[in-house]
Structure formats: structure tokens, C-alpha cells
Design a protein around this ligand. Structure first.
Ligand code: DAH
Length: 356
């Protein structure tokens, strides 16, 4: 009978339920201290019993009670998270291994709760960089991790057997596919995709961030896998002045300071003329006033070669444009005083936690 007194009985169930949660918490605490595999606490029968008990509670109080049980479960998850000591080594996953190698009982990597994770410093930085370019009117398109000789070289005006191909220590498969050694591998595709813009008086303005791969000897400043961001801008009457203004605007925003820039002649097959773009070293990175400390060479750039435009079906007599390619790790390393590039891919939690 659902009389007032009936409610009183149900309330009693609720109060009893609360008491049960408290009792269960104590039991679970003791069990937890004994457990070797701490995550097993989430499968404890005491917790299950509390969940099963939810349906016994008066409907009016049920959700309140259910919430408390759930909170206990979250508390258990926190116990598990904090039981994983910061210094405990985490076995790396061998991503090339057959599935059962990583999961066999005696070689099981300790999986960390997602609550312990944080955004990788390169991702944070790449998001910031893309955000600046987007505010400048560029769209963002990712590159790819496998490509062919045509996109990596030929469409960029590297004829077959051109010696400049050797500057890119490219990984290749037996079938002749390549792991792109620069994000320029996307230029021809991006140009083809957006060339209709030009006909309606709009520019092509795209930045292309992604990983690139080179068969490098590894040391503190060289990794086989690293990040670049490529940029292309094409319209009528585009000049080197536009190139300098665009890259300067980006650098000033990124380093939060008005910086002088310097262009030095260089050679790339896909730009004519080609340059190395340097900026005056930002104050935060200056150690002394010596001449070597003065300039930072940050990227390669130039006016897109007429052959590259032609190969994408764009008439170089009507349109001109500039392009650039910028390595990301070096900028992030400078900004954060990171001394070794290998930290980025090391899965070293002590390193990564500094960016949390
Ligand atoms: N792809 C070049 C490299 O990785 C960088 C680069 C230079 C990209 C000049 C460009 C460019 O788009 O115009 O060394």
C-alpha cells in the first residue's frame, strides 16, 4: 500500500542503501590493498551487489541512489589510476607484432586509464599553428603516409635521375611506393583540387600538416619520422613580397613578437626562385648578442615553378604563387627548451607529463 507509512518504509530502504554503500566502500578498500591486479576491483561482487540493489529502491529516490553507487565506482577508478606510480615503466606496444604478442599474459602491457593521458606536445603545437593559418584565410588538409614517385618527385619537377632526389632519403617499398619525405608530396593534388577557385577569382590557399619520413641517422636533432607543414598560395599577380608578408605575419603571431626576416637564395626543383627563410631570434630564445645567435633558419620556400603549375593544369602565364615547407619539431623544441628530438616518439611518460 502506498500510504505515507509506505513511503517511510521505502525511505528506510534508501537509508539502508546509503549505509550499504558505506559498508561496501570499506570492504572494497581492504580488498583493493590486497589486489595485485588493481583493476580487478571493478569486478568485485560487492560493487555488483550495489548495482543490483538499485532496483530495490523507491522509484523517487532511485536515481539519487544510483548516482551515489556510480560515484563509488568512479572513486574506485581513481584508486586504480593513482596506484599506477609515475615512475612505473610501461611496456611499449610492438605495433608490428601479431596481435597475441602484445596481449599474451606474461607480456601484457599495462594499459593506462585515459584520465591519465594528455595531448601530445606536437599535436598541441600543430593545432596552434593550423589555427593561426586558418585565421589568415588558409584551409587545412592533411597529407598522407604512403604515396608514389609521381607525387613525391615527378610532379614537383624532379626529373627521373635528378640528383636532388638524393637529398630526400626516401623509404621505398619493393613495389616502388614511397613513404613521403616531405609534405610537398601533396602539392599536385591540392592544386588540382582547388584550381577551380582561380576561375572565380579566388586564390588557392591551403596548408598541409603531416608526418614525413626519412632514412636518417638518428641523433638529438634527427628523427626518421617528423612533422612538416606545407603551404601553397596561388592567385594572379602573386609576388615574393606576398610570400615574405605571409610568412612574417605567421612568425610574428606564433612567437608573439615583431621579428625581422631574412631570405637567402637556395635551391629546390619545385620553386624558382627558391629561398631559405630566416627570422631574427625571438627574445625568449636569445642566449647572447653574437652574430650566430641572431638568425634562425626555419624553412624552405619560393615561387612555385611554372612546371609544377603546368603539371596541375594551371597556366603559369596567368597565375603565380608561392609555397613553403616548415619542420615542426625544431620550433616546438626551441619554444619548450627540449634538448632531444627523440623524446617526441619515445612514449616516455616523464617527458609527456610535463605538457599536461
Ligand atoms: N619540401 C621541402 C623539404 O622538405 C621544403 C619546401 C621547400 C617546401 C620549398 C616547399 C617549398 O613548398 O616551396 O625540404
Amino acid at each position: 500500500m502506498l500510504t505515507r507509512s509506505g513511503h517511510a518504509i521505502k525511505d528506510k530502504e534508501f537509508l539502508n542503501g546509503m549505509k550499504e554503500i558505506d559498508v561496501a566502500r570499506k570492504v572494497l578498500e581492504n580488498k583493493f590493498a590486497e589486489l595485485e591486479d588493481k583493476s580487478a576491483i571493478l569486478r568485485a561482487p560487492e560493487l555488483r551487489a550495489l548495482f543490483d540493489g538499485i532496483r530495490e529502491i523507491d522509484p523517487e529516490k532511485r536515481s539519487e541512489y544510483g548516482k551515489l553507487v556510480n560515484e563509488l565506482k568512479l572513486e574506485l577508478q581513481e584508486w586504480i589510476d593513482s596506484s599506477i606510480a609515475a615512475d612505473e615503466p610501461v611496456l611499449p606496444l610492438d605495433i608490428t607484432a601479431p596481435w597475441d604478442v602484445n596481449t599474451s599474459p606474461n607480456n601484457r602491457p599495462q594499459l593506462l586509464s585515459s584520465a591519465l593521458g594528455s595531448i601530445h606536445p606536437l599535436t598541441t603545437e600543430m593545432n596552434l599553428i593550423c589555427d593561426i593559418y586558418q585565421r589568415m584565410g588558409f584551409s587545412v588538409e592533411e597529407s598522407r603516409e604512403i604515396d608514389d614517385d609521381y607525387h613525391m618527385f615527378e610532379s614537383l619537377n624532379f626529373p627521373e635521375d635528378h640528383p636532388a632526389r638524393d637529398d630526400y632519403d626516401t623509404f621505398m617499398t619493393d613495389e616502388g611506393l614511397v613513404a613521403p619525405a616531405h609534405t610537398s608530396t601533396m602539392q599536385n593534388r591540392v592544386l588540382q583540387k582547388h584550381k577551380a577557385n582561380l576561375e572565380v577569382g579566388e586564390p588557392i590557399a591551403v596548408v598541409i600538416p603531416d608526418r614525413v619520413f626519412r632514412n636518417e641517422d638518428l641523433d638529438a636533432t634527427h628523427e626518421h619520422t617528423f612533422y612538416q607543414i606545407e603551404g601553397v598560395y596561388i592567385a594572379k599577380n602573386v609576388t615574393v613580397g606576398n610570400l615574405i608578408a605571409t610568412l612574417s605575419a605567421f612568425m610574428n603571431e606564433y612567437f608573439g613578437q615583431e621579428l625581422k626576416t631574412k631570405l637567402q637564395p637556395f635551391y629546390f626543383p619545385f620553386t624558382e626562385p627558391s629561398f631559405e627563410f630566416a627570422i631574427e631570434r625571438p627574445d625568449v630564445l636569445k642566449k647572447d648578442d653574437s652574430e650566430e645567435q641572431k638568425w634562425l633558419e626555419l624553412l624552405g620556400c619560393g615561387m612555385i615553378h611554372p612546371n609544377v603549375l603546368r603539371m596541375a593544369g594551371i597556366d603559369p602565364e596567368i597565375y603565380t604563387g608561392f609555397a613553403w615547407g616548415n619542420g615542426i619539431e625544431r620550433m616546438v623544441m626551441m619554444k619548450n627548451h627540449i634538448e632531444d628530438i627523440r623524446h617526441f616518439e619515445s612514449a616516455n611518460l616523464k617527458f609527456l607529463r610535463q605538457f599536461k
